[in-house]
Design a protein around this ligand. Structure first.
Ligand code: FES
Length: 151
């Protein structure tokens, strides 16, 4: 008996997607399976890395120019939901000022993803905390830069 590996993989993927559709919104599935801004950006001037209560880590990098977040990227070793959260959050902060980005909370991220099962809500908190850590890092760098220019 021969097994067509490609056919088997396709069936498996279809099954996984069907199972996911029973649990997650289409938005979550889209952002998890087709992640945006995943990876490391060049010239980041703020990086935040947080490990959540689940033991997974999300890292977010931002590049701020003229007071706005022009580019961002994320890395995670977490669940598919953390990929969806990093994807969505990095899109939400694009071209936002630091103050505007800081106003985005985990509830906003949750709504943008059209909701999550209760057991995955903490993934939104992890992503937002990583963003705040990246902004803190940026502010520290920025202050250093300003002091350097002031001398
Ligand atoms: Fe850990 Fe989602 S980030 S379960």
């Amino acid at each position: 008996m021969s097994v067509d590996i490609d056919e088997l993989a396709e069936k498996l993927e279809t099954q996984v997607l069907e199972d996911a559709r029973g649990v997650f919104s289409e938005t979550v599935i889209e952002y998890a399976y087709n992640p945006r801004n995943v990876g490391e950006i060049s010239d980041a001037n703020g990086v935040g890395k947080i490990t959540g209560i689940c033991g997974d880590t999300v890292q977010i990098q931002i590049r701020v120019e003229d007071g706005r977040i022009r580019e961002s990227g994320f890395l995670t070793d977490g669940c598919g939901t953390s990929i969806a959260c990093g994807s969505m959050l990095t899109e939400m902060i694009k071209d936002k000022t630091i103050e505007e980005a800081l106003m985005i909370n985990s509830g906003d991220l949750l709504r943008s993803l059209d909701g999550l099962p209760e057991e995955y809500v903490h993934c939104t908190v992890l992503a937002v905390d990583a963003l705040h850590a990246a902004i803190d890092d940026y502010r520290t760098n920025f202050r250093t830069t300003r002091q350097t220019y002031a001398r």
